[in-house]
Design a protein around this ligand. Structure first.
Ligand code: ADP
Length: 290
């Protein structure tokens, strides 16, 4: 119950606050069983009729996968909306790429993070019933567990795919600037390929450690321009590559990885691979590690 939860989590005290986002504040807590959890508490009245909350619960209660952050429980009381997730001790991918979490991801680890999150997304797209489009894939929604396994989080913006014969749903555009599929933005026709675009941007973050938009520059355009120069040093990316991986002796499958990322961020959704194709290619890249 709410009261038990409040007690068992130190009344959501400020010292246990670990972050805040679009949804509200996030606290670290411990359940009576000893399990450490992340507790997301919505700011009162921040949501339209609690619809977003209900959507998230309904989706999450149905979805279980190694590469998706698990929902441990939820409650709905006293005007508070509370979601309890598995705690991810190594924080977000963004934090580790910007050197804030103290977790250094070498190139191989980055390949595994890409593969793990691609598997989580493939599950949402192809195995969840009904299929789920995440709609807000970004490096702050990819969390790392104690083994540095990547898990996709935050289904607050997810929406069930309609059964309609057109195979897509038309909705208000949602998502995060810098990750937003340009075709979806123009047409407002949402498909799984919009997640593929956002995922491609995350792949480019893994290569450059840059944010999708930095100092008014878009990462996708920067990488495209750098590749056009074709100076043959690291695929032309020598200048915008993450310095901390630049001096690594072997960057297995680097060229293939960048090519795959660039296919994911094609302007036209039809030219992008599906997430399961992305998984296959990433598996091949990792297997070729001599
Ligand atoms: P947003 O709404 O911007 O996606 P969230 O509300 O999902 O942000 O999360 C805010 C912050 O809380 C994250 O950036 C992360 O640092 C932390 N966080 C969220 N979920 C978890 C979790 N399951 N385990 C550990 N930390 C988490």
């Amino acid at each position: 119950s709410y009261d038990e939860l409040k007690k068992s989590t130190n009344n959501f005290s400020e010292k246990n606050e670990i972050g805040s986002g679009g949804y509200g504040k996030v606290y670290r807590g411990m359940l009576p069983s000893g399990q450490v959890v992340a507790i997301k508490r919505s700011q009162q009245g921040s949501m339209q009729g609690g619809l977003e909350f209900k959507t998230e619960i309904e989706l999450l209660s149905r979805v279980h996968h190694k590469n998706l952050v698990g929902l441990v429980g939820f409650c709905f009381e006293q005007g508070q909306q509370i979601l309890i997730y598995e705690f991810m001790p190594h924080g977000t991918l963004r934090e580790s790429l910007s050197g804030k979490s103290g977790i250094y991801l070498d190139w191989k680890r980055r390949l595994r993070v890409a593969l793990g999150s691609a598997r989580g997304l493939t599950y949402l797209h192809e195995l969840a019933n009904p299929p789920i489009i995440h709609r807000d894939i970004k490096s702050t929604n990819i969390l790392l567990d104690e083994n540095l396994t990547a898990k996709v989080a935050d289904f607050g913006l997810s929406k069930l795919v309609c059964d309609g014969s057109k195979g897509h749903v038309s909705t208000q555009v949602k998502g995060t600037l810098g990750y937003l599929d340009p075709e979806y933005y123009m047409t407002q026709q949402l498909t799984e390929k919009s997640d593929v675009y956002s995922f491609g941007v995350v792949m480019l973050e893994l290569v450059t450690a840059k944010q999708p938009i930095e100092k008014g520059k878009y990462i996708v355009r920067e990488v495209r321009m750098a590749m056009d120069k074709n100076d043959e040093e690291c695929y032309g990316l020598g200048n915008i590559m993450d310095p901390s991986i630049r001096n690594t002796t072997t960057l297995i499958g680097f060229g293939r990885f960048v090519d795959l990322a660039m296919r994911c961020v094609e302007e036209s959704a039809a030219d992008r691979p599906t997430m399961s194709e992305v998984v296959k290619e990433l598996e091949t890249i990792l297997q070729n590690d001599g």
